[in-house]
Design a protein around this ligand. Structure first.
Ligand code: ATP
Ligand code: MG
Length: 315
């Protein structure tokens, strides 16, 4: 089975248990939960039995070791996670507003992950892995971006493949250099996994069909469009396949896209058809939103099969 590599932030998340508009007064929090989009993605790969590794950097503190222990438990190669003495692991403090949107306090830019650079362990993973999964957040900060771009160049040069989840908020698009990096990765992408607004942000197209056409003409083999509670769609040279959403009660939406991506990429690389990969990824995303904590909702194959058996009857 191809070995999947990702690069980027490994964080903990603390979640306010009351809803409201931000952190203006003391309030109860739950956590720390292991987090960071690339970490959640790779955890989902590992839980499905995929062969996977992550290049990242954490502080020598409980938050860093919590993440390493979780990823190692789920079978991830953690040799590329550098533990930085005297530095701290990044935190995301999340509070939900009444309308379901989120307010964040992030310490990522001041944390160990900001100083990510290529280490011997990282370089050797770039030589031994066959597939690289890039997340836009890893392209937004210079250290992580340099490592991510190097991994892309090395793995693609050896004939490997690339999946790309832009995972990007419009507010950070003006970050110096980010546009060029997003374009550079897109030019090398085999499997592209955007959500709706990202599809338009990155192509400049006004409607979905034009955006998809632009991407296929650019040489991207497969596009998987994530539609949140509306399900998902797959596009390739043969056409379009849609999958209806499974009906679930949404408890915590963070991480759904990462679990969806982890499941889709694992299954496609293992030889599943696009439809089968889409069906299981749709279930992985839906199951993820039913659990509190970004990484707590990643699923094993047995959990996905049971979840599908319970929910597909709703169609
Ligand atoms: P994020 O970056 O916040 O994790 P995303 O935009 O990358 O999210 P979503 O579209 O929110 O990803 O979720 C990924 C997939 O998970 C969806 O395409 C769908 O298959 C499934 N999913 C997400 N939310 C729900 C939901 N409320 N009900 C059913 N399925 C869902
Ligand atoms: Mg996302």
């Amino acid at each position: 089975m191809p070995k999947i590599l990702t690069v980027g932030e490994i964080l903990v998340e603390l979640i306010a248990t009351t809803k409201g508009d931000g952190f203006h007064e003391p309030q109860p929090l739950i956590g720390p939960y292991p987090s960071g989009a690339p970490a959640i993605f790779v955890n989902q790969v590992g839980r499905l039995g995929g062969d996977a590794a992550i290049i990242g950097r954490v502080g020598d503190d409980n938050f860093g070791h919590l993440n390493i222990a979780r990823l190692a438990r789920d079978g991830i190669d953690v040799s590329g996670i550098e533990v930085a003495q005297g530095e701290v692991t990044g935190c995301a403090f999340v509070r939900y507003r009444e309308d379901g949107s989120r307010s964040f306090v992030f310490t990522m830019a001041q944390s160990a992950t900001a100083a990510l650079s290529i280490t011997g362990a990282g370089a050797s993973l770039m030589e031994s892995c066959d597939h690289i999964h890039i997340m836009g957040t890893a392209l937004s900060a210079s250290g992580m971006a340099e490592v991510a771009m190097e991994a892309v160049v090395r793995i693609k040069a050896r004939g490997g493949s690339l999946s790309f989840d832009p995972n990007i908020r419009p507010e950070i698009l003006d970050t110096p250099g980010l546009r060029a990096r997003l374009d550079g990765v897109l030019d090398q992408t085999d499997i592209f996994l955007p959500s709706g607004n990202e599809l338009f942000m990155l192509t400049g197209a006004r409607d979905e069909a034009s955006a998809i056409r632009v991407l296929l003409e650019r040489g991207i083999r497969e596009i998987v469009l994530k539609r949140g509670a509306e399900g998902a769609s797959h596009f390739d040279a043969d056409g379009r396949t849609d999958i209806a959403p499974l009906t679930v009660e949404e408890i915590d939406p963070t991480g759904a896209g990462d679990c969806f991506g982890g499941a889709f990429v694992t299954l496609r690389l293992a030889g599943a058809t696009p439809f089968e990969a889409l069906r299981l990824a749709n279930a992985a995303g839906a199951r993820a939103v039913t659990r509190t904590g970004p990484m707590e909702g990643s699923s094993t194959r047995a959990e996905l099969d049971r979840f599908l058996a319970d929910h597909e009857t709703d169609y």
